[in-house]
Design a protein around this ligand. Structure first.
Ligand code: ATP
Ligand code: MG
Length: 299
């Protein structure tokens, strides 16, 4: 069974999909080291290649149909492999059909608007695939772990605390609901790396000269808040996994497996859209045939 075959994706993803209403705990409920039925990287290679090819075909039809867009939201702790996942999973897709947006700490101009503004500007148009490398979810993750960030947002009522996070979960659910109703399918992926594996990857970045640029002092500072982040992730995922936009908690200690699950989740979303090439009207077809006659007559 190939996990990226659209006939299998739903079953393959079931252990990683958070059902609406389920209250998850991290790290208790999901094993970052899980590799399903697969044992080694080699087992995933061909399957991932199949998935990449399939995504390219789906993207072509999505663009031609021009009715739906696809929004992929990637969230994770540092060094969980967001960048590599985007690079590998989207490697076969026509670059004109995909837009990747990375969201870092907000600028002054962004802080002059509400927290859903900057991401709204980057939403995919019909026919497009948009990938958010981090997203408005940071507003209930990093901002919850560091509530002092709220000061710069100048909200009329911003006392940090459960009521504020709950309000934001509701606003996010409403926002995603509106997007879905109007033709944007949303896929949400949390790359679930373990604390040990993050340590190993940080050390590797510090040891290897070609990886030095990937490590910053902020990384070790945020790591000190590991438990607070896990709790914030668990709460946010529990509150915002909805029928129209469910979360997937993807085991990320083995990059090859994480990429396969991510590919399967994106294939599965496209399967539910089932984009088709538009058919032309009888009139347009008659015009095409007349054009053919004219072209043939030239020869
Ligand atoms: P990488 O480290 O792989 O290059 P990254 O996504 O971690 O990618 P960084 O520039 O290291 O990029 O970090 C971006 C930082 O911006 C993260 O620490 C994230 O929490 C922070 N950030 C993102 N959105 C917000 C937000 N709305 N408010 C405050 N901080 C945010
Ligand atoms: Mg970083």
């Amino acid at each position: 069974m190939s996990p990226v075959d659209p006939r299998n994706t739903e079953r393959f993803l079931a252990p990683y999909r958070v059902e609406p209403g389920r209250r998850i705990r991290l790290p208790r409920d999901f094993d970052p080291g899980d590799t399903g039925d697969l044992v080694a990287k080699e087992d995933a290679k061909e399957r991932l290649a199949d998935g990449v090819k399939l995504l390219a075909e789906y993207q072509e039809r999505l663009a031609a149909q021009d009715r739906w867009s696809l929004l992929v939201i990637l969230q994770a702790m540092d060094a969980a492999g967001k960048d590599g996942t985007i690079r590998h999973v989207m490697s076969g897709v026509n670059p004109q059909g995909v837009e990747v947006s990375s969201f870092k700490a907000p600028s002054t101009a962004e802080l002059d608007h509400d927290y859903l503004w900057r991401t709204t500007l980057r939403l995919p148009a019909r026919g497009m695939i948009g990938i958010f490398n981090r997203s408005y979810y940071e507003e209930v993750l990093v901002v919850r772990v560091h509530p002092e960030l709220l000061g710069a947002q100048r909200l009329p009522d911003a006392r940090p605390g459960p009521a504020l996070w709950k309000r934001r979960y509701r606003e996010i659910n409403d926002f995603e609901r509106r997007l879905t109703d109007n033709g944007t399918r949303i896929v949400k992926l949390f790359l679930n790396v373990s604390r040990d594996e993050q340590r190993r990857r940080f050390l590797e970045r510090i040891e290897k000269p070609e990886k030095h640029w990937k490590f910053s002092a902020a990384d070790i500072r945020e790591r000190r808040h590991w438990d607070a982040y896990q709790e914030a992730y668990a709460d946010a995922i529990s509150a915002t996994s909805t029928a129209e936009a469910p979360w997937h908690v993807i085991p990320a200690d083995h990059k090859w497996y994480a990429r396969l699950v991510a590919a399967a989740a994106i294939v599965d979303a496209l399967r539910t859209i089932d984009p088709r090439f538009p058919t032309v009207s009888e009139e347009a077809r008659a015009a095409q045939l007349a054009a053919r006659d004219e072209l043939l007559a030239e020869g």
